[in-house]
Design a protein around this ligand. Structure first.
Ligand code: F6R
Length: 260
């Protein structure tokens, strides 16, 4: 795991740069996209770079991580709509190349299986962007999730529903109770994982993910078992890291050719 501690704007630039270089090497790259507030600066940076002619998504595909179950297809908080509004419709993805789990499917188990198959058929995710919840969840793999899980139906914890109430007029009762989410093993199949976390509220989750025991109680800790994870954090989110000085030094002296 590489931990990069930098101001927020620099983190977004690093992630965007990694995506642009991937697309140059592999124009038909498959991107894994997270919703939530953490990746928004990355998407804004990518949109700007696209508008400057520095990024081309025309051959790329994208898979979102998760979706609320039973949410109105036109609801602005449906994650498939969120990702379009925040990112994909502002760049030149082909609309049919952007995928999300179908939280309104009549057969939810089948929808999960089809989603796994679609990711596989696309060749797997090359670069997965992740955020992290205050309880250590990635995608909607809440504490207690199987470390070997694949895409499936999950119940959101009261904490996550409260955290997300801000997107539903501050009313927790409007936050759906269920979601479809890529599993931890699904996420672990991505070739490069770039997790971004900012602010003091994420500090404990980041500490447990990077330096705690690998445990279903902190689902993101499974990322310790992945060969290529980049953790992008600002000072706030790095606030509980025991080895913060070491991570800072390692990044400062990193050879230029190595990148993230
Ligand atoms: C969203 C997702 C979630 C968020 C997490 C952090 O697709 O997968 O795991 O990444 O809840 O959310 P923010 O970034 O809003 O703090």
């Amino acid at each position: 795991m590489e931990v990069v501690i930098q101001p927020g704007a620099a983190l977004a630039e690093l992630a965007a740069e990694a995506i642009i270089r991937l697309l140059e090497r592999k124009p038909d790259a498959v991107l894994g996209l997270a919703t939530g507030s953490s990746p928004l600066p990355i998407y804004r940076e990518l949109i700007e770079r696209y508008q400057d002619g520095q990024a081309d998504f025309s051959g790329a595909a994208a898979f979102t991580l998760d979706e609320y179950v039973g949410i109105d297809p036109d609801h602005p908080q449906r994650y498939r709509n969120v990702i379009d509004d925040e990112f994909t419709k502002h760049v030149n993805f082909r609309p049919e190349a952007v995928h999300g789990p179908d939280g309104n499917a009549a057969d939810l188990a089948l929808a999960c299986q089809s989603y796994e198959e679609a990711i596989k058929a696309a060749g797997g995710v090359d670069l997965q962007i992740l955020g992290i919840g205050t309880d250590g969840h990635i995608a909607f793999n809440e504490p207690g999730s199987s470390l070997a899980s694949r895409t499936r139906l999950k119940s959101l914890t009261p904490q996550t529903r409260m955290d997300n109430a801000r997107f539903f007029d501050g009313n927790v009762d409007r936050v759906p109770r269920h979601c479809l989410t890529q599993g931890l093993a699904t996420i672990m199949s991505a070739r490069h994982i770039v997790l971004i976390a900012t602010g003091r509220g994420k500090a404990e989750a980041v500490h447990q993910m990077v330096e705690g025991a690998v445990s279903a109680m902190w689902p993101a800790s499974i990322l310790q078992m992945h060969p290529h994870v980049t953790v992008l954090v600002d000072d706030g989110a790095a606030g509980r890291l025991q080895l913060a000085d070491y991570y800072r030094q390692a990044y400062e002296h990193k050879p230029d050719w190595q990148r993230i």
